[in-house]
Design a protein around this ligand. Structure first.
Ligand SMILES: NC(=O)c1ccc[n+]([C@@H]2O[C@H](COP(=O)([O-])OP(=O)(O)OC[C@H]3O[C@@H](n4cnc5c(N)ncnc54)[C@H](OP(=O)(O)O)[C@@H]3O)[C@@H](O)[C@H]2O)c1
Length: 353
Protein backbone atom coordinates (compact mmCIF):
# COMPACT_ATOMS: atom_id res chain seq x y z
CA UNK A 1 0.00 0.00 0.00
CA UNK A 2 1.37 3.43 -0.93
CA UNK A 3 1.88 5.66 2.07
CA UNK A 4 1.04 9.37 1.99
CA UNK A 5 4.00 11.73 1.97
CA UNK A 6 4.41 12.67 5.62
CA UNK A 7 5.93 16.06 4.87
CA UNK A 8 2.54 17.01 3.43
CA UNK A 9 0.16 14.95 5.57
CA UNK A 10 1.85 16.11 8.75
CA UNK A 11 1.47 19.78 8.00
CA UNK A 12 -0.37 21.61 10.77
CA UNK A 13 -3.01 23.72 9.03
CA UNK A 14 -3.47 25.96 12.07
CA UNK A 15 0.17 26.89 12.57
CA UNK A 16 1.81 25.99 9.26
CA UNK A 17 4.36 23.99 11.25
CA UNK A 18 5.24 20.42 10.28
CA UNK A 19 3.97 17.92 12.78
CA UNK A 20 6.13 15.26 14.31
CA UNK A 21 5.19 11.77 13.19
CA UNK A 22 4.37 9.16 15.82
CA UNK A 23 4.09 5.63 14.44
CA UNK A 24 2.15 3.32 16.74
CA UNK A 25 2.36 -0.47 16.56
CA UNK A 26 -0.76 -2.19 17.92
CA UNK A 27 -2.79 1.00 17.44
CA UNK A 28 -6.08 -0.93 17.31
CA UNK A 29 -5.33 -2.61 20.64
CA UNK A 30 -5.19 -1.64 24.31
CA UNK A 31 -1.67 -0.28 24.72
CA UNK A 32 -1.18 1.14 21.23
CA UNK A 33 -4.74 2.52 21.15
CA UNK A 34 -4.09 4.45 24.34
CA UNK A 35 -0.78 5.79 23.02
CA UNK A 36 -2.30 6.82 19.68
CA UNK A 37 -5.16 8.64 21.40
CA UNK A 38 -2.84 10.53 23.74
CA UNK A 39 -0.58 11.82 20.96
CA UNK A 40 -3.63 12.70 18.83
CA UNK A 41 -4.69 15.09 21.58
CA UNK A 42 -1.51 17.12 21.02
CA UNK A 43 -1.63 19.09 17.75
CA UNK A 44 2.16 18.91 17.50
CA UNK A 45 1.88 15.28 16.47
CA UNK A 46 0.54 13.33 13.52
CA UNK A 47 -0.24 9.71 14.37
CA UNK A 48 0.19 6.77 12.03
CA UNK A 49 -1.46 3.64 13.43
CA UNK A 50 -0.50 0.17 12.21
CA UNK A 51 -2.94 -2.68 11.72
CA UNK A 52 -3.29 -5.80 9.60
CA UNK A 53 -6.82 -4.74 8.73
CA UNK A 54 -7.53 -1.05 8.05
CA UNK A 55 -11.21 -1.90 7.49
CA UNK A 56 -11.77 -3.16 11.07
CA UNK A 57 -14.04 -1.22 13.42
CA UNK A 58 -11.10 -0.35 15.70
CA UNK A 59 -9.07 0.95 12.73
CA UNK A 60 -12.00 3.03 11.48
CA UNK A 61 -12.51 4.48 14.96
CA UNK A 62 -8.88 5.54 15.11
CA UNK A 63 -9.07 7.05 11.65
CA UNK A 64 -12.14 9.04 12.69
CA UNK A 65 -10.07 10.48 15.55
CA UNK A 66 -7.55 11.80 13.02
CA UNK A 67 -4.96 9.05 12.73
CA UNK A 68 -3.51 7.84 9.45
CA UNK A 69 -4.17 4.10 9.44
CA UNK A 70 -1.70 1.95 7.57
CA UNK A 71 -1.61 -1.76 6.83
CA UNK A 72 1.46 -3.52 8.23
CA UNK A 73 2.18 -6.99 9.53
CA UNK A 74 4.71 -7.75 12.26
CA UNK A 75 5.67 -10.84 10.26
CA UNK A 76 6.55 -8.70 7.24
CA UNK A 77 9.65 -6.54 7.81
CA UNK A 78 9.20 -4.66 4.54
CA UNK A 79 5.71 -3.55 5.54
CA UNK A 80 7.15 -2.30 8.83
CA UNK A 81 9.98 -0.44 7.09
CA UNK A 82 7.45 1.36 4.88
CA UNK A 83 5.25 2.19 7.86
CA UNK A 84 8.19 3.45 9.98
CA UNK A 85 9.64 5.72 7.26
CA UNK A 86 10.01 9.27 8.52
CA UNK A 87 8.99 8.46 12.11
CA UNK A 88 10.08 10.79 14.89
CA UNK A 89 8.65 8.45 17.51
CA UNK A 90 7.85 4.73 17.30
CA UNK A 91 5.80 3.01 19.97
CA UNK A 92 6.38 -0.75 19.89
CA UNK A 93 4.26 -3.46 21.45
CA UNK A 94 4.10 -7.20 20.81
CA UNK A 95 1.28 -9.57 21.63
CA UNK A 96 2.15 -12.97 23.13
CA UNK A 97 -1.46 -14.03 23.57
CA UNK A 98 -2.64 -13.98 19.96
CA UNK A 99 -0.28 -16.73 18.73
CA UNK A 100 -0.81 -18.48 22.07
CA UNK A 101 -4.57 -18.86 21.58
CA UNK A 102 -5.00 -19.06 17.82
CA UNK A 103 -6.18 -22.53 16.76
CA UNK A 104 -3.79 -22.58 13.78
CA UNK A 105 -0.88 -21.81 16.14
CA UNK A 106 -1.94 -24.61 18.46
CA UNK A 107 -1.99 -27.01 15.51
CA UNK A 108 1.41 -25.79 14.30
CA UNK A 109 2.88 -26.13 17.79
CA UNK A 110 1.62 -29.72 17.94
CA UNK A 111 3.20 -30.44 14.52
CA UNK A 112 6.48 -29.06 15.84
CA UNK A 113 6.15 -31.06 19.07
CA UNK A 114 6.39 -27.95 21.20
CA UNK A 115 4.06 -26.39 23.73
CA UNK A 116 1.86 -23.52 22.57
CA UNK A 117 3.59 -21.48 25.30
CA UNK A 118 6.98 -21.96 23.63
CA UNK A 119 5.50 -21.48 20.16
CA UNK A 120 4.04 -18.11 21.18
CA UNK A 121 7.46 -17.15 22.60
CA UNK A 122 9.02 -17.76 19.19
CA UNK A 123 6.36 -15.68 17.41
CA UNK A 124 6.56 -12.80 19.89
CA UNK A 125 10.37 -12.80 19.79
CA UNK A 126 10.40 -12.85 15.98
CA UNK A 127 7.86 -10.04 15.73
CA UNK A 128 9.74 -7.92 18.25
CA UNK A 129 12.95 -8.51 16.32
CA UNK A 130 11.19 -7.50 13.09
CA UNK A 131 10.08 -4.23 14.69
CA UNK A 132 13.63 -3.51 15.84
CA UNK A 133 15.20 -4.47 12.48
CA UNK A 134 12.71 -2.32 10.56
CA UNK A 135 13.12 0.67 12.88
CA UNK A 136 16.92 0.40 12.63
CA UNK A 137 16.77 0.20 8.83
CA UNK A 138 14.09 2.78 8.08
CA UNK A 139 13.85 5.29 10.90
CA UNK A 140 16.91 5.42 13.13
CA UNK A 141 18.04 8.76 11.67
CA UNK A 142 14.62 10.44 11.72
CA UNK A 143 13.78 9.30 15.27
CA UNK A 144 13.94 11.82 18.10
CA UNK A 145 16.76 11.34 20.63
CA UNK A 146 14.29 9.41 22.79
CA UNK A 147 12.13 8.21 19.92
CA UNK A 148 12.03 4.42 20.22
CA UNK A 149 9.57 3.64 23.02
CA UNK A 150 9.18 -0.08 23.59
CA UNK A 151 6.65 -1.87 25.75
CA UNK A 152 8.32 -4.77 27.56
CA UNK A 153 8.54 -6.78 30.79
CA UNK A 154 11.35 -7.96 33.07
CA UNK A 155 13.44 -11.03 32.14
CA UNK A 156 12.13 -13.69 34.48
CA UNK A 157 14.96 -16.13 33.77
CA UNK A 158 17.67 -13.63 34.57
CA UNK A 159 15.94 -11.72 37.37
CA UNK A 160 15.12 -14.94 39.24
CA UNK A 161 18.69 -16.23 38.97
CA UNK A 162 17.51 -19.03 36.67
CA UNK A 163 14.59 -20.22 38.82
CA UNK A 164 11.98 -19.29 36.20
CA UNK A 165 13.26 -20.77 32.95
CA UNK A 166 10.06 -20.64 30.93
CA UNK A 167 7.95 -17.62 31.81
CA UNK A 168 7.72 -17.07 28.12
CA UNK A 169 5.55 -13.97 27.85
CA UNK A 170 8.00 -12.06 30.01
CA UNK A 171 11.24 -13.32 28.47
CA UNK A 172 10.06 -12.97 24.83
CA UNK A 173 9.74 -9.23 25.40
CA UNK A 174 12.91 -8.75 27.46
CA UNK A 175 14.98 -10.86 25.07
CA UNK A 176 14.29 -8.21 22.39
CA UNK A 177 13.64 -5.02 24.37
CA UNK A 178 16.33 -4.28 25.39
CA UNK A 179 18.62 -7.30 24.78
CA UNK A 180 18.43 -7.84 21.02
CA UNK A 181 18.18 -4.11 20.26
CA UNK A 182 21.27 -3.38 22.36
CA UNK A 183 23.28 -6.20 20.78
CA UNK A 184 22.20 -5.77 17.14
CA UNK A 185 21.32 -2.09 16.76
CA UNK A 186 23.36 0.15 19.07
CA UNK A 187 22.28 3.33 17.28
CA UNK A 188 18.63 2.45 17.79
CA UNK A 189 19.32 1.34 21.37
CA UNK A 190 20.76 4.80 22.07
CA UNK A 191 17.31 6.23 21.27
CA UNK A 192 15.30 3.65 23.22
CA UNK A 193 13.26 3.72 26.41
CA UNK A 194 11.86 0.47 27.80
CA UNK A 195 8.41 0.73 29.34
CA UNK A 196 7.29 -2.15 31.56
CA UNK A 197 3.53 -2.38 31.98
CA UNK A 198 1.86 -3.54 35.20
CA UNK A 199 -1.00 -6.03 35.48
CA UNK A 200 -3.89 -4.59 33.51
CA UNK A 201 -6.77 -3.73 35.85
CA UNK A 202 -9.00 -5.41 33.25
CA UNK A 203 -7.10 -8.73 33.31
CA UNK A 204 -9.81 -10.34 35.45
CA UNK A 205 -11.60 -10.86 32.13
CA UNK A 206 -8.95 -13.44 31.18
CA UNK A 207 -9.13 -15.29 34.51
CA UNK A 208 -12.51 -14.53 36.07
CA UNK A 209 -12.64 -17.55 38.40
CA UNK A 210 -9.38 -16.72 40.14
CA UNK A 211 -10.04 -13.01 40.46
CA UNK A 212 -13.61 -12.99 41.72
CA UNK A 213 -15.02 -16.34 42.75
CA UNK A 214 -18.46 -16.10 44.34
CA UNK A 215 -18.94 -18.30 47.42
CA UNK A 216 -22.28 -19.82 48.49
CA UNK A 217 -22.68 -17.15 51.21
CA UNK A 218 -22.52 -14.37 48.58
CA UNK A 219 -19.01 -13.17 49.47
CA UNK A 220 -16.05 -13.41 47.08
CA UNK A 221 -12.58 -14.90 47.05
CA UNK A 222 -9.55 -13.85 45.04
CA UNK A 223 -7.06 -16.72 44.72
CA UNK A 224 -3.58 -16.60 43.18
CA UNK A 225 -0.30 -18.42 43.87
CA UNK A 226 1.20 -15.15 45.11
CA UNK A 227 1.94 -13.74 48.55
CA UNK A 228 -0.93 -11.58 49.85
CA UNK A 229 1.48 -8.83 50.88
CA UNK A 230 3.81 -8.53 47.89
CA UNK A 231 3.31 -5.17 46.11
CA UNK A 232 2.70 -5.63 42.39
CA UNK A 233 2.10 -2.94 39.75
CA UNK A 234 -1.38 -2.38 38.27
CA UNK A 235 -2.14 -0.34 35.17
CA UNK A 236 -5.33 0.95 33.58
CA UNK A 237 -4.02 -0.01 30.15
CA UNK A 238 -6.59 1.89 28.11
CA UNK A 239 -6.68 5.09 30.15
CA UNK A 240 -3.06 5.41 31.19
CA UNK A 241 -0.58 3.75 28.83
CA UNK A 242 -0.81 6.81 26.59
CA UNK A 243 -0.28 9.28 29.45
CA UNK A 244 2.74 7.33 30.62
CA UNK A 245 4.36 6.91 27.20
CA UNK A 246 3.70 10.56 26.34
CA UNK A 247 5.49 11.53 29.58
CA UNK A 248 8.38 9.13 28.97
CA UNK A 249 9.00 10.69 25.58
CA UNK A 250 9.89 13.93 27.35
CA UNK A 251 12.75 12.23 29.22
CA UNK A 252 16.27 11.54 27.98
CA UNK A 253 16.71 8.10 26.34
CA UNK A 254 18.21 4.95 27.81
CA UNK A 255 16.04 4.51 30.90
CA UNK A 256 13.57 1.82 31.95
CA UNK A 257 10.15 2.46 33.49
CA UNK A 258 7.24 0.76 35.19
CA UNK A 259 3.76 2.01 34.32
CA UNK A 260 1.48 1.11 37.21
CA UNK A 261 0.56 1.63 40.84
CA UNK A 262 2.03 -0.88 43.31
CA UNK A 263 -0.60 -2.59 45.48
CA UNK A 264 -0.55 -6.06 47.00
CA UNK A 265 -3.34 -8.40 45.89
CA UNK A 266 -4.96 -7.99 49.33
CA UNK A 267 -4.99 -4.23 48.80
CA UNK A 268 -6.31 -4.70 45.27
CA UNK A 269 -9.13 -6.88 46.67
CA UNK A 270 -9.95 -4.18 49.26
CA UNK A 271 -10.08 -1.52 46.53
CA UNK A 272 -12.49 -3.72 44.56
CA UNK A 273 -14.65 -4.24 47.67
CA UNK A 274 -14.79 -0.48 48.22
CA UNK A 275 -15.88 0.14 44.63
CA UNK A 276 -18.48 -2.64 44.42
CA UNK A 277 -19.69 -2.83 48.03
CA UNK A 278 -19.05 -6.60 47.95
CA UNK A 279 -17.08 -8.57 50.53
CA UNK A 280 -13.92 -10.29 49.31
CA UNK A 281 -10.90 -11.94 50.85
CA UNK A 282 -7.59 -12.84 49.26
CA UNK A 283 -6.35 -16.43 49.61
CA UNK A 284 -2.95 -17.62 48.47
CA UNK A 285 -3.31 -20.91 46.59
CA UNK A 286 -0.79 -23.35 45.13
CA UNK A 287 0.57 -23.32 41.60
CA UNK A 288 -1.36 -26.52 40.80
CA UNK A 289 -4.62 -25.11 42.19
CA UNK A 290 -4.47 -22.24 39.72
CA UNK A 291 -3.58 -24.51 36.80
CA UNK A 292 -6.50 -26.82 37.68
CA UNK A 293 -9.09 -24.06 37.64
CA UNK A 294 -7.82 -22.16 34.57
CA UNK A 295 -9.99 -22.36 31.45
CA UNK A 296 -7.03 -23.77 29.46
CA UNK A 297 -4.19 -25.84 30.93
CA UNK A 298 -1.33 -24.13 29.08
CA UNK A 299 -2.78 -20.73 29.93
CA UNK A 300 -3.00 -21.89 33.56
CA UNK A 301 0.69 -22.86 33.57
CA UNK A 302 1.83 -19.59 31.97
CA UNK A 303 -0.15 -17.40 34.39
CA UNK A 304 0.62 -19.54 37.45
CA UNK A 305 4.33 -19.09 36.65
CA UNK A 306 3.69 -15.36 36.35
CA UNK A 307 1.99 -15.14 39.75
CA UNK A 308 4.77 -17.18 41.36
CA UNK A 309 7.41 -14.91 39.79
CA UNK A 310 5.36 -11.90 40.90
CA UNK A 311 5.60 -13.20 44.46
CA UNK A 312 9.36 -13.84 44.41
CA UNK A 313 11.44 -12.01 43.18
CA UNK A 314 8.58 -9.77 41.96
CA UNK A 315 6.77 -8.72 38.79
CA UNK A 316 9.49 -6.17 38.00
CA UNK A 317 12.25 -8.70 38.74
CA UNK A 318 13.53 -6.21 41.35
CA UNK A 319 14.82 -4.01 38.55
CA UNK A 320 15.36 -0.31 39.23
CA UNK A 321 12.51 1.13 37.17
CA UNK A 322 11.36 4.74 37.06
CA UNK A 323 7.71 5.29 37.98
CA UNK A 324 5.09 7.99 37.39
CA UNK A 325 6.24 9.80 40.55
CA UNK A 326 9.81 9.96 39.15
CA UNK A 327 8.49 11.53 35.95
CA UNK A 328 6.60 14.09 38.04
CA UNK A 329 9.75 14.80 40.11
CA UNK A 330 11.46 15.54 36.79
CA UNK A 331 8.76 18.19 36.18
CA UNK A 332 6.79 16.12 33.64
CA UNK A 333 3.03 15.85 33.91
CA UNK A 334 2.02 12.17 34.19
CA UNK A 335 -1.62 11.78 35.22
CA UNK A 336 -2.45 8.18 36.17
CA UNK A 337 -5.59 6.66 37.66
CA UNK A 338 -5.33 4.93 41.01
CA UNK A 339 -6.36 1.27 41.06
CA UNK A 340 -9.56 2.27 42.86
CA UNK A 341 -10.37 4.89 40.22
CA UNK A 342 -9.68 2.41 37.45
CA UNK A 343 -11.90 -0.28 39.02
CA UNK A 344 -14.66 2.31 39.56
CA UNK A 345 -14.77 2.92 35.79
CA UNK A 346 -15.62 -0.71 35.05
CA UNK A 347 -19.00 -2.43 34.94
CA UNK A 348 -19.29 -5.08 37.66
CA UNK A 349 -22.94 -6.19 37.44
CA UNK A 350 -22.11 -9.45 35.64
CA UNK A 351 -19.36 -10.36 38.13
CA UNK A 352 -21.52 -9.52 41.14
CA UNK A 353 -24.66 -11.12 39.73
N1 LIG B 1 -2.97 -8.56 30.46
C1 LIG B 1 -2.07 -8.00 31.27
O1 LIG B 1 -2.30 -7.82 32.46
C2 LIG B 1 -0.74 -7.58 30.69
C3 LIG B 1 0.17 -6.90 31.52
C4 LIG B 1 1.39 -6.49 30.97
C5 LIG B 1 1.69 -6.79 29.63
N2 LIG B 1 0.78 -7.46 28.87
C6 LIG B 1 1.14 -7.74 27.46
O2 LIG B 1 0.37 -6.93 26.61
C7 LIG B 1 0.48 -7.49 25.30
C8 LIG B 1 -0.81 -7.25 24.57
O3 LIG B 1 -1.00 -5.86 24.46
P1 LIG B 1 -2.44 -5.27 24.19
O4 LIG B 1 -3.38 -5.70 25.30
O5 LIG B 1 -2.29 -3.84 23.88
O6 LIG B 1 -2.85 -6.11 22.89
P2 LIG B 1 -4.27 -6.16 22.14
O7 LIG B 1 -5.23 -5.18 22.73
O8 LIG B 1 -4.66 -7.59 22.06
O9 LIG B 1 -3.89 -5.64 20.70
C9 LIG B 1 -2.92 -6.30 19.91
C10 LIG B 1 -2.49 -5.31 18.85
O10 LIG B 1 -1.39 -5.88 18.14
C11 LIG B 1 -1.70 -5.84 16.77
N3 LIG B 1 -1.11 -7.01 16.13
C12 LIG B 1 -1.13 -8.28 16.59
N4 LIG B 1 -0.49 -9.09 15.72
C13 LIG B 1 -0.07 -8.30 14.70
C14 LIG B 1 0.64 -8.56 13.50
N5 LIG B 1 1.05 -9.80 13.16
N6 LIG B 1 0.91 -7.52 12.70
C15 LIG B 1 0.49 -6.26 13.01
N7 LIG B 1 -0.17 -5.97 14.14
C16 LIG B 1 -0.46 -6.98 14.96
C17 LIG B 1 -3.20 -5.82 16.65
O11 LIG B 1 -3.55 -5.18 15.44
P3 LIG B 1 -4.62 -5.74 14.37
O12 LIG B 1 -5.34 -6.89 14.99
O13 LIG B 1 -5.51 -4.55 14.09
O14 LIG B 1 -3.79 -6.13 13.19
C18 LIG B 1 -3.59 -5.01 17.86
O15 LIG B 1 -3.54 -3.64 17.56
C19 LIG B 1 0.78 -8.97 25.49
O16 LIG B 1 2.03 -9.28 24.90
C20 LIG B 1 0.82 -9.15 27.01
O17 LIG B 1 1.81 -10.06 27.42
C21 LIG B 1 -0.43 -7.85 29.35
Amino acid sequence: MALPDHSTSGNNAATGATKKLVVVVGATGNQGGSVARRFLRDPQYAVRGLTRDPSSAAAKELEALGAEVVRADLDDVDSLKAAFAGANIIFSVTNYWEPFFRPDSRARARDLSMTCRRYAYDVEYRQGKNIADAAAAAAVDSLDDNGFLASTLSHAGRCSGGKFKDLYHFDAKADVFPDYVTAAHPKLAAKMSCIHTGFFTTSHRMLPGAYFSKLPDGTFEMCFPCSPDKPVPHLDVNADTGSFVYAVHQMPPGKAYMAGEYLSWSEFASAWAKVTGATIRYREISFDDLVDQAPDRDFGIEVALMFAYTSEPGYDGEMELLKAEDLRKAGIDCPMLTVEESLARQEWAAVLG
